[in-house]
Design a binder for this molecule. Sequence first.
Ligand SMILES: [Zn+2]
Length: 254
Amino acid sequence: MLAVALAVLGGCGGQAGRAAAPGSTGSRALARAPAPNAVATAAAARPATPPAPSKPTASVPLPPIHQWPIPYGAARKLQMAAYSLRHYGENTFVLSHPKVIVEHYTETADALQAFNTFAPDVPDSEFHELPNTCAQFLVERNGRIDQLVALSLRCRHTTGLNWTAIGIEHVGFSDAAILGDPVQMSASLRLTRWLRCRYGISLRNVIGHNESLSSPFHRDAVPAFAHQTHSDWSHADMGRYRALLARRPCPSTS
Ligand SMILES: [Zn+2]
């Protein structure tokens, strides 16, 4: 119980609880990086094929998306490939054919704090691993949708699912606050609908971070990570979210 309790933290995009570990300097980050040549060679063996849509998308409107990319250069890609190898047995940083969408909240008051949490590539504060955590999208309270990372790249946002999950962060401090904000929710539902229809992701695989351990796609080869999750977006609140999403079906699937 204690281990589980300790593992269940709050939101995912804030500085709280994310202060860099003592000695987490840039040079330490480099020192912890995998052997570049070995990973690069293996990664090169897997072509970086962009994820292909599995369902028609023509009739699902793409919401306006503000491009606000965090730095995700060659070093971070190599670190993500090494992370994927350790945790999933896959030496690649490429996200292809995603099967899950995970909803999060940032535990920050604004988008910039979340951006500044994800942008520097330092070991995360929880497990002290590289690369730093991130999410592909961020939904702000004013309805702006920011894309922080390309859909072809993996992000560390949900232990056990980063190999196949798209992460959507919401600026805020609780599920209830976001569910009660019609502007933010409208943007969130438009984005999630477009993504799930584009990739043919079923409604049940649109989950909250707190539901991660019960996902059929959850797996992690590192024991310390196998039962780790966060408290953001409970099952009850995701039931409400999915009910709203169900009113916006994909044309060809539901
Ligand atoms: Zn989360």
